[in-house]
Design a protein around this ligand. Sequence first.
Ligand code: SIN
Length: 191
Amino acid sequence: MVANTMNVNRARHPHAPGESLWLFGYGSLIFRADFPWEERRPASIRGWSRRFWQGSHDHRGTPTAPGRVATLVADPDAICHGMAYRIDSEVMEHLDLREKNGYLRFMTPMTFEDDSHADGLVYIATEDNAAWLGPAPEAEIARHIAVASGPSGRNADYLLSLAGALRELGVADEHVFGIERHLAGIDFRAV
Ligand code: SIN
């Protein structure tokens, strides 16, 4: 797949100008909402697990030293908790730019805390994208994250901000918290 998904995404799940829609965020979209939203509600989606398996060439790393950021991988029994935002469709242009490094638009059913449902747009980096890194032991992912950094800041800050935001939501994500534990054991002055 092309390295920059912006043009591909414009043709996927298009929404009419002025239309309002739900966006489901599970990674940096939880802790860095740099776009206007009308309403924000904790939500979950079924059949997906959050994994630090996506490379980042443009935010938390560079093309020659990519960082590791979150994507979703299919996992039939899993429930992924995140944050849903009601946005105007105009915001999608900004989101496509922000998520251009391998993420594609999908639509997913979401469940809110009161058990009501809605469909939401979600950006997922699938394994056929040019920046994909794939699975690795959590200790290795932590060592990778400890040294990476890019135009949006340190890769470690992405991981720690996400872990903190999930705790605030009351969500226990063993993958994220496992990497966080390994990261806490790394002496940053030595890397
Ligand atoms: C998301 O947060 O929903 C997508 C991945 C990211 O931008 O970190």
